[in-house]
Design a protein around this ligand. Structure first.
Ligand code: F0G
Length: 438
């Protein structure tokens, strides 16, 4: 049986899985889904999940629903719409490892998803729940990737997607996706945090189902990123999982997944989580770096005007911070922050590996470089860094970096340390040969 349970330690109120709530009606706490343990043993689950990789059934071909015993909130799979999300590779990256101060480094690249980000893992679940509840409209506020993903999944499911985005603050790649997938797109002149507060009121007033990451079913889908990663590693647990932190839904999802996999006997220990934020939008870093005594009772202090070129994580008041704080502490994890220059350079290094990612994702490698330099992570440790979005999500950033015209939000020029300028040449083979030999 599945239930919604209040995450707040002092409340733990329980609600039917079909209740349309995003916060606990008693205490306002975050909600999470809870289940009875599956009937199958860990060994059986591992075998069934592996066998499904050879199946032609859409549900089995999904890198989310393949692991359906791990996210059993539905009582029927008729309402599932899959675009074959998940199925993202583990990629070894030698140059990035060296740059990050590690002997070896593996990226779990969520940019290989149908709409190019990890949001698809969660959105297939959120959409299924919306259909199960009989909703006709879904909404989200987004820094771009959630909206692109929601637009695709809602349209595929025959639901109307309505998205709210901070005007002028999302990349064109992401905005273009939302338009192409047919979302009603509202550009609001406010920042992410302000718009989220507004949309929560609107959703209730108009009976629209909210698909932001406070939606606990999205978190369930994102859990499978960790399940798939471990399945691909034959259940060998890494020492560290590194990921960027914005609204902190993914941190919450990874922590819950790893905890639950340990409880089910699928793994025997937890990897440590390392969450990386951009310096200009790092309220979670500040929270996690309070003295240990103060931290237990600490409340996140929002950054009123978050600033970073990594617009995906330009969030000053992350809603999932209580869950994320618990998961980071529980895994004996760390939180680091990195500068705009560090993000930009790390991103170019990931590009040189032939892999590429969007700016927010590159915070992982920039963070790793700092954490190994500080001795927090040893060079010989086993590290998986999660790249959250595709390289083509933000081509404007790339062009400016390589041509030396990228500026930080306060106008300072970013050095193109690994710049790669395109060269204009005349239509003349001798001249071109000269350029190539020089
Ligand atoms: N990386 C990318 C590419 C993202 O799009 C996001 C979040 C994050 C990292 C941070 O993840 O919020 O779970 O901590 N993007 C959201 C959006 C906020 O609206 O697309 P988080």
């Amino acid at each position: 049986m599945a239930e919604l349970v209040c995450f707040s330690e002092n409340c733990r109120a329980r609600f039917p899985i079909t209740e349309v709530i995003y916060n606990c009606p008693h205490c306002g706490g975050l909600l999470e889904t809870m289940y009875e343990a599956p009937e199958q043993s860990a060994l059986m689950l591992k075998r069934v999940w592996r066998e499904r990789r050879a199946s032609n059934m859409p549900l089995d071909q999904s890198g989310v629903w393949r692991y359906r015993e791990f996210i059993p909130f539905l009582n029927s799979y008729n309402c599932v719409v899959t675009l074959r999300e998940g199925n993202t590779p583990l990629l070894e990256a030698r140059q990035a490892a060296q740059y990050g101060g590690l002997d070896q480094l593996v990226f779990k690249h969520q940019g290989y998803n149908p709409t190019g980000s990890f949001k698809d893992n969660g959105m297939t679940c959120g959409t299924a729940q919306a259909l199960r509840l009989g909703m006709s409209r879904v909404a989200c506020v987004s820094t771009g990737n959630t909206s692109a993903s929601m637009a695709a999944y809602a349209s595929a499911a025959g639901l109307q997607p309505i998205i709210f985005i901070p005007h002028g603050n999302i990349s064109y790649g992401k905005l273009a996706q939302a338009l192409e997938y047919g979302a009603r797109t509202l550009q609001v002149e406010a920042n992410f945090d302000q718009i989220l507060a507004l949309v929560r009121q609107l959703a209730e007033k108009l009976g629209i189902y909210l698909l932001n990451s406070i939606n606990p079913f999205r978190i369930e889908g994102q859990k499978t990123i960790m399940t798939e990663m471990l399945d691909q590693r034959d259940w060998r647990v890494p020492d560290w999982v590194v990921l960027p932190g914005g609204n902190l839904g993914n941190t919450s999802a990874f922590g819950k997944a790893l905890r639950e996999m340990k409880e089910l006997g699928l793994i025997d220990r937890l990897p440590r989580l390392a969450v990386i934020q951009a310096e200009g939008a790092a309220p979670f870093y500040e929270l996690a770096h309070q003295p240990a005594k103060a931290r237990r009772k600490a409340v996140l202090k929002a950054v009123e005007h978050p600033e970073t070129l990594a617009t995906a994580i330009k969030i000053g008041d992350p809603v999932s911070w209580p869950k994320a704080l618990f998961e980071v502490s529980n895994s004996e994890g760390v939180v680091e922050r990195v500068s705009e220059q560090e993000i930009a350079d790390a991103k170019a290094v990931i590009g040189r590996c032939g892999i590429g990612c969007e700016p927010a994702s590159a915070a992982t490698l920039a963070g790793l470089r700092k954490l190994t330099a500080a001795g927090t992570i040893r060079a010989d440790e086993d590290v998986v860094a999660v790249l959250t979005g595709h390289v083509l999500k933000d081509p404007d950033f790339i062009y400016k970096y390589h041509t030396g015209s990228l500026q930080t939000p306060d106008g300072a020029l970013i050095r193109s340390t690994f710049g790669n300028q395109p060269v204009v040449v005349p239509y003349d083979s001798d001249e071109i040969a000269k350029v190539l030999e020089s």
